[in-house]
Ligand binder design. Sequence first.
Ligand SMILES: *Cc1c(COP(=O)(O)O)cnc(C)c1O
Length: 401
Amino acid sequence: MNGNSHLFIPGPTNVPEEVRRAMNIPMEDMRAPDFCDFITPLLGDLARAYRLEEGRVFAFPGSGTGAWEAAITNTLNTGDKVLMSRFGQFSMLWVDMAERLGLDVEVIDVDWGKGVPIDAYKTRLENDKTHSIKAVFATHNETATGVTSDIPALRRALDEAGHPALLFVDGVSSIASIPFEMDGWGVDLAVAGSQKGFMLPAGLAFLGVSEKALAAHEHADMPRCYFSFSDMIRLNDTGYFPYTPPTPLLRGLRVSLDMLLGDGMESVWARHHRLAEGVRAAVAEWPGCRLVADGPEWQSDTVSAIYTPEGIDAREVIETAYFKYQTSLGTGLAKLAGRAFRIGHLGSLNPVMLCGALSAAEMALRDAGADITPGRGVAAAQESFRMTTPRQGRTAAARAA
Ligand SMILES: *Cc1c(COP(=O)(O)O)cnc(C)c1O
């Protein structure tokens, strides 16, 4: 293979060179007397990326799925009623986990392409006069379909219904990429993983936990051990972990948080919006292709799932892109297999890199028989990028000064 291979899946995302270098270090003593001087501010800055001041954050060894399990088992009781919705592979798996862990799950099924059904949740919550629903779950960004849901609207629905249920949010492919406000939106448990917006390898499962959820933890009876909040709190409060943490990942996290917070979260969010707009401009120029997201209000700024034209197998497009053009596109998951491919546009990316991804997708689509004028989508993306300027982050501003 010549040159670089190109990774445009929605996680793991590209790891910046600075982060890679920071992780390439000798192993260190995780009980060293000064290790706490590294960990305490690191967790503080993770909370800043979450926009959390009330409550606390955790970084467990694990992936996003582990964070889901930690969130559930630490704050709920076996048999608790919870309200969830399903509209893609990830929201589907979350429901499956909740059922397997012994919760009484009420699921609202939604057409894939749409997201959290706020009105249906609201009606259900208003009718729940006895407050039997203990938690409401929302997948903020459904990575399988490229759909973002309105979490502030869900918070309002809970408040207007006067319902005390905990609000759980899957932010695995949204936190550190698109607007997310843990405190501002009144989220009680927000899960993320290191390999998406945080631009690291997989291996850290992040959680933001509100004071209210920490209080629920005090009397939650589900079995847990490795993922125990109490054990983690006891050691984190001294700047250590209850077991061996993946220290190179934590060193990488230090640098990725410096990059994110140095730019400012608002700049990070604006950058993702600009990248997404370029991709959407390209898709609009590919006849027969369309976003799985069913309308602008659902479109995700971190991943686009794209239906291939009638009669064109998305698997063939993905395979051609991989073998012929050294470019990884995301596959269509579950019922989207063969019907859609995905372009991940989150993490360490810029417009020129995305023009490469769109170029590979366009060539592979043509190879598979799509009737696309060569360069048409890429040209639209170029114009979109040309007409928008990056919001200058604090780091860039300081460099220029
Ligand atoms: C990636 C992802 C997950 C699963 O995370 P893992 O790190 O693969 O365990 C869950 N939810 C969403 C929305 C995701 O994008």
